[in-house]
Ligand binder design. Structure first.
Ligand SMILES: [Cu+2]
Length: 494
């Protein structure tokens, strides 16, 4: 068994990280993991995130990484729906970076969740993100999103978990449960220079909460709510716990209409699952990352053990969660239908959506606020592509043209190779007016072009902005302009 030799006591880590990111002196809820956390108080979470290069030790192997506040797993941010998140971002890299708050149904404008904005090397920037009151509680994350640099920056560590509190209260009959966080990150390595990495990991280091071997404990019969997120740049995660099944209660922060049992958690890059784990008979069980081919010769394994769960102590009885009542977008009627096709060049150097490469200055799709649309995302390749849209979740209506029953909303979905998914999007939230992105969340594909810009336009605001400009020009020149001001000009400066 591989045991990490670099474990820093949790209390020391917390004191190191806490000194940098502590939000308040008020007592915090129980920690979700050994990763330093910052918890909102009185409706505000103020943190400093410093992006800088450094070294991280994985099982005795020192690897060049990039992290926030020196924490490879990423400082954990915890807040409630309706809270304000203030991030003082310090870019101490030799290249631009920025922040995206993945899954937040918030404004894409100004200093909110605006990935059009780049923070130059060496500069600071203050983000302020209003978490909507109706943001579904659950597991989200924040990460670097500079086009062309995303794969590298996220892949070396620039991400962290963002927990919107209150999920357990929304699952009927669940009651109070212990909650734990499992942030999955894979570091893809060129291992040719380090024989030790080649022997043990063969180019892929799979970690949970920044460690190559975590130790968890629970009681027989105890139900624990695990928040599991895959923050890898490119690789899907397949997580299994020997001798146990998971009960999925939410995906991408959105409750599922009925709890679903799973033996393996299949989590594409950027996806999250909130699952209940119920402790079985006393014993030690392996936490296994499946289908991550690592090691060489006799160390070669497609199933790498990256942790253990020890079950012991007095048995307790687990609650039986029941189905929540959820909104189903199939009740809505789509007004427009669009198709987006993922393709790539033969040398895999260019990745296209509808034959276009990303251009931040171009708006590819305009949608009116209040509209409901059905989008068909087609994957005309043999590669894994994962569709993600910022600012709003969607409902999968069909896979490979076959209608699927309602399974809750998602913000990220895998598009089958040589197949398609049809999704329904309801652009109803006035906060999301503005320009934002949809893209493949395999970040090497996004960096090489597989991303587009959507603008959600409020027709009323356009009318008013147009009228204001018309009046201003009339006063200035005595003649009215013949065009209408697009809404984006109202916030471009802000
Ligand atoms: Cu892709």
């Amino acid at each position: 068994m591989i045991r990490p030799r670099f474990l820093i006591p949790a209390a020391l880590l917390a004191s190191l990280g806490g000194a940098i990111i502590a939000a308040s002196a008020e007592p915090n809820p129980p920690p979700l993991s050994d990763v330093p956390e910052s918890v909102a108080h009185d409706g505000i979470l103020s943190v400093t995130l410093e992006a800088k290069t450094g070294k991280t030790n994985f099982d005795g192997v020192s690897v060049d990484t990039i992290a926030y506040n020196g924490i490879f797993a990423g400082p954990v941010l915890r807040l409630w729906p309706g809270d304000k998140l203030r991030v003082h971002f310090q870019n101490r890299l030799a290249e631009p970076s920025n922040l995206h708050f993945h899954g937040m149904q918030t404004s894409p404008r100004g200093n909110s969740d605006n990935v059009h904005l780049l923070v130059p090397a060496g500069k600071d920037f203050d983000y302020e993100v209003k978490i909507p009151r109706d943001q579904p509680p659950g597991t989200y994350w924040y990460h670097a999103h500079p086009h062309g640099l995303s794969e590298k920056q996220v892949g070396l560590g620039l991400s962290g978990a963002l927990i919107v509190e209150g999920l357990a209260n929304r699952v009927p009959n669940l009651g109070a449960v212990r909650e734990r966080l499992f942030t999955l990150k894979t570091v893809e390595m060129d291992d040719s220079e380090d024989p030790k990495i080649a022997e043990e990991w063969h180019g892929v280091i799979a970690t949970i909460n920044g460690q190559t071997n975590i130790e968890e404990a629970m009681r027989p019969g105890e139900a624990v709510l695990w928040h599991v997120g895959n923050q890898s740049s490119n690789l899907a995660a397949h997580l299994a716990l020997d001798g146990h099944k998971f009960t999925v209660v939410a995906r991408d922060g959105n409750l599922v209409p009925a709890p679903v049992e799973a033996e393996v958690l299949d989590i594409g890059p950027a996806s999250r699952l909130d699952v209940l784990v119920t402790g079985g008979a006393p014993g030690v069980y392996g936490l296994v990352a499946r289908n991550v081919l690592t090691g060489q010769d006799d160390k070669m394994s497609p199933n790498r053990t990256i942790g253990h769960v020890t079950i012991g102590g007095a048995a307790v009885s687990a609650p039986k969660p029941t189905a929540p009542k959820l909104e189903d977008l199939s009740q809505l009627s789509p007004k427009s239908f669009r198709t987006f096709v993922f393709t790539q060049s033969k040398d895999s150097e260019k990745f296209f959506m509808n034959d276009r490469l990303f251009d931040h200055a171009r708006v590819d799709t305009r949608v009116n606020l209040g509209d409901v649309e059905d989008w068909t995302i087609r994957n005309d390749s043999d590669d894994m592509h994962v569709f993600h849209i910022h600012q709003l979740p969607f409902q999968v209506m069909a896979v490979n043209d076959k209608p699927v029953p309602f399974e809750g909303l998602l913000d990220t979905v895998r598009v089958p190779e040589r197949g398609s998914v049809k999704i329904r999007l309801a652009f109803l939230n006035p906060d999301i007016v503005g320009k934002f992105m949809y893209h493949c969340h395999v970040l090497k594909h996004e960096d090489k072009g597989m991303m587009q810009v959507i603008e959600v336009v409020d027709p009323k605001a356009v009318k008013h902005a147009g009228l204001a400009r018309w009046l201003a020009a009339l006063v200035r020149r005595g003649t009215p302009p013949d065009d209408v001001v697009p809404i984006c000009s109202a916030w471009a400066a802000g």
